[in-house]
Design a protein around this ligand. Structure first.
Ligand code: ARG
Length: 486
């Protein structure tokens, strides 16, 4: 009976995955996916207080115009800048708009449209640091965005120490805390950050040979000529200029004037008021994190039971499989497994797996490996005599396991399982690297748009802690119940 239930449950899950796959395939034909790195106001960013989850900006408006003109639906996905070209290569996206400059190196891997916008590099530094020209940076530590042309530009400057960071807000924060002397950032973007951080200044430096923004496509994409045609049209009709004016002269959130406060206050004080308008956005991340954790914990648990039965099985290949499996999943970093599943699945199977699906799959596969060990130990700890008694009474193996051994084993390992779920809940924050908008990612997104850093992170930290506390509390109650019921 129990086995039947398990079987039908597994079947239901498999069917659900197939349905999702079919549905997304059917939709994929009319929809173009734009991948971008929404840390780059005014090109692409979020305004969570106003437009919630949606990525907006200059690039997005252009993308919307072009896809509409060509009769496609548009889907926008966000990820780190250095993941964009891999995303095109893996077939995760149809095009990339991220203020991306067509460089010789990138052209080897992707195709580009014509340029749609020109920009210049600037040196961003603390006021009064007198770093205005490239030569001034010699001997200094300078921040750039990982994988950007700024990284290449700074590499070529003699004697400069390079610090490649994931996101623009990270660079700004490092400058403010004096860990790096300056950052090299594009003018339109630097303007925004300097306006919001009065202790910063920026100076334009002459362009290197490569500059400007273009749209990137997978190699050989048929979309390039179509997109170029509409881009031409937009340039001729003044559309691009109009959008540039709309976005590049948009009011930038200013730091409140702090004329009569000591300078330290503006640098080190925390202001939680700034995240208030985005509270609903951050809080709905709880739901994402919870769904994610519950799904992975549930599937991981079932998978863990299966693996643990393999491990105590007398059928050798099953034993070998489960042992090798656990060894591999425990022996490699979770974040590596996560990025592999996310980026390799579309390339290997043609199925465009969503970040959430990739996350759940990796986490349940990984957690199954750990749980299987715990369950195996639990099963082996149940008194041998019980097994022998059941066997001598002629109770079949499946019944004995399902009705006698497993329930007792589970009771004993409950604390270990709770530990595993707590670990899952916290580790779930890793999925923010592939762009799932869980609690942590929402915190960093709000930080980026408000040009602040700590407040949203501290806030989501408190929420994680409360979630773990309630989980522990629930488990304690459950454990006491089980104890009294025995
Ligand atoms: N234009 C630079 C480049 O192509 C930086 C672009 C960064 N874009 C972003 N969305 N963060 O490398």
């Amino acid at each position: 009976m129990k086995r039947l239930k398990l079987k039908s449950m597994l079947a239901a899950i498999a069917i659900a995955f197939c349905l999702i796959a079919i549905a997304s395939y059917a939709q994929a034909n009319k929809t173009l996916t734009l991948a971008t790195s929404p840390d780059y106001p005014p090109y692409e960013f979020k305004d969570t207080a106003v437009s919630g989850n949606e990525i907006i900006g200059f690039d997005i408006d252009i993308a919307k115009y072009i896809t509409k003109e060509l009769g496609y639906e548009l889907k926008v996905v966000g990820m780190d800048f250095n993941g964009l070209i891999p995303a095109l290569q893996a077939g995760r996206a149809d095009f990339v708009m991220a203020g991306m400059t067509p460089t010789a190196e990138r052209k080897k891997n992707v195709d580009f449209s014509d340029l749609y916008y020109e920009a210049q590099n600037t040196i961003v530094a603390n006021k009064g640091s007198n770093l205005t020209k490239a030569e001034d940076l010699a001997g200094k530590k300078v921040g750039v965005q990982l994988g950007s042309i700024q990284q290449e530009a700074v590499k070529k400057m003699p004697g400069v120490q390079l610090a490649a960071l994931n996101r623009i807000p990270d660079i700004i924060q490092e400058i403010k805390s004096n860990r790096i002397a300056a950052g090299v950032i594009e003018d339109t973007v630097a303007t925004g950050y300097a306006a919001a951080n009065p202790d910063l200044e920026f100076n334009t430096i002459p362009n290197t040979e490569e500059s400007g923004s273009a749209i990137a496509f997978p190699k050989g994409s048929r979309l390039v000529p179509e997109f170029n045609r509409v881009l031409q049209q937009m340039k001729a009709s003044g559309q691009i200029k109009e959008l540039a004016t709309k976005w590049f002269s948009r009011p930038i959130p200013q730091e409140p004037a702090q004329a009569n406060q000591p300078a330290v206050a503006s640098k080190f004080g925390l202001d939680f008021g700034k995240i208030l308008p985005s509270l609903p956005y951050i809080l709905s991340g709880i739901w994402v994190t919870l769904t994610f954790t519950l799904l992975s914990a549930f599937l991981g648990f079932i998978w863990g039971i299966v693996l643990s039965l393999f491990k105590i099985s007398s059928i050798k290949p099953l034993f070998w499989f489960a042992t090798a499996y656990t060894s591999i999943f425990r022996g490699t970093p979770l974040i590596l497994q996560l990025t592999l599943v996310y980026f390799a699945t579309p390339q290997l199977t043609g199925y465009n797996i969503s970040a959430l699906q990739a996350g759940v799959i990796t986490f349940f596969l990984n957690s199954g490996a750990y749980i299987s060990e715990t369950i195996r130990a639990g099963i082996q700890a149940v008194d041998k005599g019980q097994k022998e008694a059941a066997e001598s009474l002629g109770v079949p193996y499946k019944l004995m396991m399902g009705d006698i051994i497993l329930p007792q084993a589970l009771k004993n390992i409950l604390p270990a399982l709770v530990n595993e779920s707590i670990a899952l809940l916290k580790d779930s924050a890793l999925v923010s690297v592939i762009g799932v908008e869980d609690l942590l990612r929402r915190g960093t997104i709000v930080g980026a748009e408000k040009y602040i850093y700590f407040e949203p992170l501290i806030f989501v930290g408190v929420i994680y802690y409360l979630m773990v506390l309630s989980l522990t509390w629930g488990a304690n109650v459950l454990e006491r119940r089980l104890q009294t019921s025995s």
